[in-house]
Design a protein around this ligand. Structure first.
Ligand SMILES: C[S@@+](CC[C@H](N)C(=O)[O-])C[C@H]1O[C@@H](n2cnc3c(N)ncnc32)[C@H](O)[C@@H]1O
Length: 212
């Protein structure tokens, strides 16, 4: 895992859009893709949404105004990215009106949220984590999930020889098979559906974790 200082310097160097892989039109495309995907899966303003690894609010800028006030839960390890997202993308007025909640730490600790999410999205975070850290993430989300909670998580499909890095890293990529993705959620009670392609411009696949 890169430490907070490395990330902060990277964000300053690359900018808060590029740092999350949102260069050029990818910022708008990948943000809107997440919003439209969850809308098609039944997300409504009354629902509570966990944006797991929300980054600089690429998707949050669509979800926060859409959801009823207080229903957006953003989690990330980078304070810098979230500050940049609020100041430069969402705006302070929207922040005050819509009261998104943020929990920021690198320990996968979601216990400070006081709501249970109906939906959760983890876009381009399991693509940067080791199996142990994906299991920790899924256990943390399970700990605040309701029986009906659905988590949509993206992954790079491993269908060729590929050696993953040995440590989680904000910018290096990890590849997994659908069977590996399923197995990561087993210990914390998640079932897994391999949704596959969802029109992601960088070829990330979509999977659905569910409990019931
Ligand atoms: C590629 S970005 C994706 C951000 C966002 N989901 C989006 O679609 O723009 C990966 C994000 O994961 C966050 N991240 C990486 N490791 C993390 C960890 N251990 N805990 C929480 N967030 C982490 C990074 O700070 C970054 O915001």
């Amino acid at each position: 895992m890169t430490d907070a200082t490395d990330d902060a310097l990277g964000i300053r160097k690359l900018g808060h859009r590029n740092f999350v892989g949102g260069d050029g039109d990818l910022w708008q495309r990948i943000g809107m893709l997440q919003f439209e995907f969850l809308r098609a899966r039944g997300l409504e303003p009354r629902h509570v949404l966990l944006d797991f690894a929300c980054g600089s609010l690429r998707a949050g800028v669509h979800f926060i105004p859409y959801l009823d006030a207080g229903n957006y839960l953003g989690f990330d390890k980078s304070v810098d990215l979230v500050i940049m997202g609020v100041v430069h993308e969402l705006g302070h007025d929207r922040f005050i009106e819509q009261r998104p909640q943020f929990v920021l730490n690198g320990r996968f600790d979601l216990s400070e949220f006081d709501r249970n999410p109906d939906f959760a999205i983890a876009q381009s975070i399991f693509t940067h984590l080791t199996p142990a850290d994906i299991r920790r993430s899924l256990a943390a989300i399970a700990a605040i999930a309701a029986p009906h909670t659905q988590l949509f998580a993206t992954f790079f499909r491993r269908n060729f020889e590929h050696e993953n890095p040995t440590e989680s890293h904000s910018r290096l990529c990890f590849y997994y098979s659908a069977e590996e993705m399923r197995s990561f959620g087993e210990a914390s009670g998640w079932k897994f559906e391999d949704i596959g392609a969802w029109d992601h411009p960088r070829g990330q696949m979509m999977g659905r974790y569910f409990r019931a």
